[in-house]
Design a protein around this ligand. Sequence first.
Ligand code: NI
Length: 251
Amino acid sequence: MIIDTHCHLDIKDYDNLEEVIKNMEGNYMIASGYNLESNKHVIELVNKYDNIFGTIGLHPSDVTEDYESDLLFIESNINNPKIVGVGEIGLDYYWEKDNKELQKEVFIKQIELARKYNKTIVIHSREAILDTYNILDEYLGNNKAVLHCYSSNIEMAKRFKKFNIKFGISGVLTFKNSSKLKEVVKELNLSDLLLETDSPYLTPEPYRGKKNEPSYTKYVAEAIAKIKEVEYEKVLEITTQNAISQFDLNI
Ligand code: NI
Protein backbone atom coordinates (compact mmCIF):
# COMPACT_ATOMS: atom_id res chain seq x y z
CA MET A 1 0.00 0.00 0.00
CA ILE A 2 1.15 3.51 -0.79
CA ILE A 3 -0.16 6.80 0.60
CA ASP A 4 0.17 10.10 -1.22
CA THR A 5 0.04 12.36 1.83
CA HIS A 6 -0.34 15.60 -0.10
CA CYS A 7 -2.10 16.14 -3.41
CA HIS A 8 -4.54 18.59 -4.98
CA LEU A 9 -7.44 17.03 -6.83
CA ASP A 10 -9.08 20.08 -8.37
CA ILE A 11 -11.49 19.46 -11.23
CA LYS A 12 -9.90 22.30 -13.21
CA ASP A 13 -6.55 20.50 -13.27
CA TYR A 14 -7.60 17.16 -14.71
CA ASP A 15 -9.48 16.18 -17.86
CA ASN A 16 -10.59 13.01 -16.12
CA LEU A 17 -10.35 13.20 -12.35
CA GLU A 18 -12.26 9.93 -11.94
CA GLU A 19 -9.52 8.10 -13.79
CA VAL A 20 -6.76 9.78 -11.78
CA ILE A 21 -8.49 8.61 -8.60
CA LYS A 22 -9.07 5.13 -10.02
CA ASN A 23 -5.32 4.84 -10.68
CA MET A 24 -4.90 4.85 -6.88
CA GLU A 25 -7.24 1.92 -6.26
CA GLY A 26 -6.04 -0.04 -3.23
CA ASN A 27 -3.99 2.95 -2.09
CA TYR A 28 -4.75 6.19 -0.26
CA MET A 29 -4.53 9.93 -0.85
CA ILE A 30 -4.76 12.97 1.38
CA ALA A 31 -6.27 15.80 -0.67
CA SER A 32 -5.14 19.21 0.50
CA GLY A 33 -7.38 22.27 0.43
CA TYR A 34 -6.01 25.79 0.21
CA ASN A 35 -8.96 28.21 -0.03
CA LEU A 36 -12.72 28.18 0.48
CA GLU A 37 -13.53 26.72 -2.92
CA SER A 38 -10.94 23.95 -2.76
CA ASN A 39 -11.83 23.16 0.87
CA LYS A 40 -15.43 22.62 -0.23
CA HIS A 41 -14.25 20.31 -2.99
CA VAL A 42 -12.06 18.35 -0.55
CA ILE A 43 -15.13 17.76 1.64
CA GLU A 44 -17.03 16.44 -1.39
CA LEU A 45 -14.16 14.12 -2.32
CA VAL A 46 -13.68 12.62 1.15
CA ASN A 47 -17.41 12.02 1.46
CA LYS A 48 -17.49 10.28 -1.92
CA TYR A 49 -14.32 8.15 -1.98
CA ASP A 50 -13.24 5.69 0.71
CA ASN A 51 -9.56 6.02 -0.14
CA ILE A 52 -9.41 9.82 0.02
CA PHE A 53 -8.80 11.67 3.27
CA GLY A 54 -8.51 15.43 3.36
CA THR A 55 -7.04 18.45 5.05
CA ILE A 56 -8.64 21.88 4.90
CA GLY A 57 -6.87 25.16 5.41
CA LEU A 58 -6.12 28.63 4.10
CA HIS A 59 -2.86 28.76 2.13
CA PRO A 60 -0.63 31.81 2.66
CA SER A 61 -1.02 32.81 -1.00
CA ASP A 62 -4.82 32.85 -0.56
CA VAL A 63 -4.86 34.96 2.59
CA THR A 64 -6.91 38.17 2.48
CA GLU A 65 -7.88 40.70 5.15
CA ASP A 66 -11.26 39.06 5.60
CA TYR A 67 -10.02 35.59 6.30
CA GLU A 68 -12.45 35.05 9.19
CA SER A 69 -15.12 33.44 7.00
CA ASP A 70 -12.52 31.02 5.59
CA LEU A 71 -11.54 30.00 9.11
CA LEU A 72 -15.18 29.61 10.12
CA PHE A 73 -15.74 27.19 7.24
CA ILE A 74 -12.67 25.20 8.31
CA GLU A 75 -13.82 25.03 11.91
CA SER A 76 -17.36 24.01 11.01
CA ASN A 77 -16.08 21.06 8.95
CA ILE A 78 -13.10 20.03 11.05
CA ASN A 79 -14.95 17.23 12.83
CA ASN A 80 -15.73 15.39 9.60
CA PRO A 81 -14.06 12.02 10.37
CA LYS A 82 -12.31 12.01 6.98
CA ILE A 83 -10.74 15.43 7.60
CA VAL A 84 -7.41 14.56 9.15
CA GLY A 85 -5.64 17.88 9.38
CA VAL A 86 -5.53 21.64 8.98
CA GLY A 87 -3.62 22.55 5.85
CA GLU A 88 -2.11 23.58 3.81
CA ILE A 89 -1.19 26.55 5.94
CA GLY A 90 2.02 28.47 6.49
CA LEU A 91 4.18 31.19 5.02
CA ASP A 92 5.13 32.01 1.44
CA TYR A 93 7.60 34.85 0.94
CA TYR A 94 8.34 33.80 -2.63
CA TRP A 95 4.97 34.70 -4.17
CA GLU A 96 3.77 37.11 -1.47
CA LYS A 97 6.16 39.46 0.25
CA ASP A 98 3.92 42.42 1.10
CA ASN A 99 1.70 40.80 3.69
CA LYS A 100 4.08 38.90 5.92
CA GLU A 101 2.43 40.02 9.14
CA LEU A 102 -1.01 38.99 7.88
CA GLN A 103 0.34 35.61 6.77
CA LYS A 104 1.84 35.03 10.22
CA GLU A 105 -1.41 36.01 11.93
CA VAL A 106 -3.48 33.60 9.83
CA PHE A 107 -0.90 30.82 10.22
CA ILE A 108 -0.95 31.18 14.01
CA LYS A 109 -4.76 31.25 14.15
CA GLN A 110 -4.92 28.01 12.15
CA ILE A 111 -2.33 26.34 14.38
CA GLU A 112 -4.48 27.28 17.35
CA LEU A 113 -7.55 25.90 15.57
CA ALA A 114 -5.77 22.60 14.90
CA ARG A 115 -4.67 22.35 18.52
CA LYS A 116 -8.20 23.00 19.74
CA TYR A 117 -9.46 19.97 17.75
CA ASN A 118 -6.28 17.90 18.02
CA LYS A 119 -5.66 17.85 14.26
CA THR A 120 -2.33 17.54 12.48
CA ILE A 121 -1.16 20.67 10.70
CA VAL A 122 0.23 20.55 7.15
CA ILE A 123 2.73 23.33 6.57
CA HIS A 124 3.65 25.13 3.38
CA SER A 125 6.88 27.08 3.84
CA ARG A 126 8.60 28.84 0.97
CA GLU A 127 11.56 31.17 1.54
CA ALA A 128 10.28 31.50 5.09
CA ILE A 129 11.87 28.65 6.96
CA LEU A 130 13.16 30.65 9.95
CA ASP A 131 9.86 32.43 10.55
CA THR A 132 8.12 29.06 10.20
CA TYR A 133 10.43 27.56 12.79
CA ASN A 134 9.95 30.43 15.23
CA ILE A 135 6.16 30.30 14.97
CA LEU A 136 6.11 26.53 15.56
CA ASP A 137 8.45 26.98 18.49
CA GLU A 138 6.04 29.37 20.10
CA TYR A 139 2.65 27.92 19.12
CA LEU A 140 2.82 24.25 18.10
CA GLY A 141 3.34 22.62 21.47
CA ASN A 142 3.11 18.86 21.16
CA ASN A 143 0.64 18.98 18.26
CA LYS A 144 1.44 16.81 15.23
CA ALA A 145 2.75 18.57 12.13
CA VAL A 146 3.97 17.83 8.61
CA LEU A 147 6.40 19.99 6.67
CA HIS A 148 4.98 19.37 3.23
CA CYS A 149 7.35 19.31 0.26
CA TYR A 150 10.37 19.87 2.46
CA SER A 151 12.95 21.92 0.56
CA SER A 152 15.29 23.36 3.15
CA ASN A 153 18.61 21.87 4.22
CA ILE A 154 19.55 19.07 6.60
CA GLU A 155 20.68 21.46 9.36
CA MET A 156 17.23 23.05 9.46
CA ALA A 157 15.57 19.61 9.30
CA LYS A 158 17.49 18.55 12.37
CA ARG A 159 16.27 21.63 14.23
CA PHE A 160 12.66 20.85 13.26
CA LYS A 161 12.99 17.38 14.73
CA LYS A 162 12.43 18.83 18.18
CA PHE A 163 8.76 19.08 17.15
CA ASN A 164 6.30 16.23 16.63
CA ILE A 165 6.90 16.49 12.91
CA LYS A 166 7.34 14.51 9.70
CA PHE A 167 8.89 15.66 6.44
CA GLY A 168 6.90 15.33 3.20
CA ILE A 169 9.20 14.22 0.37
CA SER A 170 8.03 15.07 -3.14
CA GLY A 171 9.05 14.20 -6.69
CA VAL A 172 11.72 16.92 -6.51
CA LEU A 173 13.86 14.11 -5.12
CA THR A 174 13.98 12.53 -8.59
CA PHE A 175 15.39 15.69 -10.21
CA LYS A 176 19.07 15.81 -11.15
CA ASN A 177 19.62 19.10 -9.32
CA SER A 178 18.19 17.96 -5.99
CA SER A 179 21.42 17.30 -4.09
CA LYS A 180 20.21 19.27 -1.02
CA LEU A 181 17.05 17.17 -0.73
CA LYS A 182 18.98 13.95 -1.38
CA GLU A 183 21.21 14.80 1.56
CA VAL A 184 18.14 15.42 3.75
CA VAL A 185 16.71 12.01 2.83
CA LYS A 186 20.04 10.32 3.37
CA GLU A 187 20.55 11.84 6.81
CA LEU A 188 17.03 11.57 8.21
CA ASN A 189 15.52 8.27 9.33
CA LEU A 190 12.86 6.55 7.24
CA SER A 191 10.60 7.02 10.26
CA ASP A 192 10.81 10.81 9.68
CA LEU A 193 9.54 10.71 6.09
CA LEU A 194 6.22 10.84 4.28
CA LEU A 195 5.62 10.31 0.56
CA GLU A 196 3.77 12.95 -1.40
CA THR A 197 3.28 14.20 -4.95
CA ASP A 198 1.84 17.72 -4.50
CA SER A 199 -0.09 16.86 -7.69
CA PRO A 200 -0.67 18.39 -10.17
CA TYR A 201 2.70 20.08 -9.56
CA LEU A 202 6.28 18.79 -9.18
CA THR A 203 5.98 15.79 -11.48
CA PRO A 204 8.78 13.29 -10.80
CA GLU A 205 11.09 11.75 -13.35
CA PRO A 206 10.45 9.99 -15.71
CA TYR A 207 7.34 12.15 -16.31
CA ARG A 208 8.83 15.56 -15.53
CA GLY A 209 7.16 18.22 -17.70
CA LYS A 210 3.84 16.36 -17.71
CA LYS A 211 0.98 16.69 -15.23
CA ASN A 212 1.56 15.01 -11.89
CA GLU A 213 -0.94 12.61 -10.30
CA PRO A 214 -1.05 10.62 -7.04
CA SER A 215 -0.17 7.29 -8.71
CA TYR A 216 3.30 8.73 -9.36
CA THR A 217 4.02 8.56 -5.62
CA LYS A 218 5.82 5.32 -6.40
CA TYR A 219 8.63 7.22 -8.14
CA VAL A 220 9.30 9.15 -4.94
CA ALA A 221 9.39 5.87 -3.00
CA GLU A 222 11.81 4.39 -5.55
CA ALA A 223 14.12 7.39 -5.25
CA ILE A 224 14.11 7.11 -1.45
CA ALA A 225 14.84 3.37 -1.63
CA LYS A 226 17.83 4.06 -3.85
CA ILE A 227 19.27 6.80 -1.65
CA LYS A 228 18.78 4.88 1.59
CA GLU A 229 19.84 1.58 0.02
CA VAL A 230 16.80 -0.29 1.27
CA GLU A 231 14.11 -2.33 -0.46
CA TYR A 232 11.30 -0.42 -2.17
CA GLU A 233 8.80 -2.46 -0.13
CA LYS A 234 10.49 -1.36 3.07
CA VAL A 235 10.02 2.32 2.09
CA LEU A 236 6.32 1.70 1.46
CA GLU A 237 5.86 -0.18 4.70
CA ILE A 238 7.49 2.44 6.92
CA THR A 239 6.18 5.57 5.20
CA THR A 240 2.66 4.10 5.23
CA GLN A 241 2.93 3.53 8.97
CA ASN A 242 4.28 7.08 9.38
CA ALA A 243 1.31 8.52 7.50
CA ILE A 244 -1.21 6.45 9.46
CA SER A 245 0.23 7.55 12.78
CA GLN A 246 0.89 11.21 11.90
CA PHE A 247 -2.65 11.74 10.59
CA ASP A 248 -4.42 9.15 12.77
CA LEU A 249 -5.80 7.57 9.60
CA ASN A 250 -8.58 5.09 10.16
CA ILE A 251 -7.44 2.50 7.62
NI1 NI B 1 0.31 21.66 -2.01
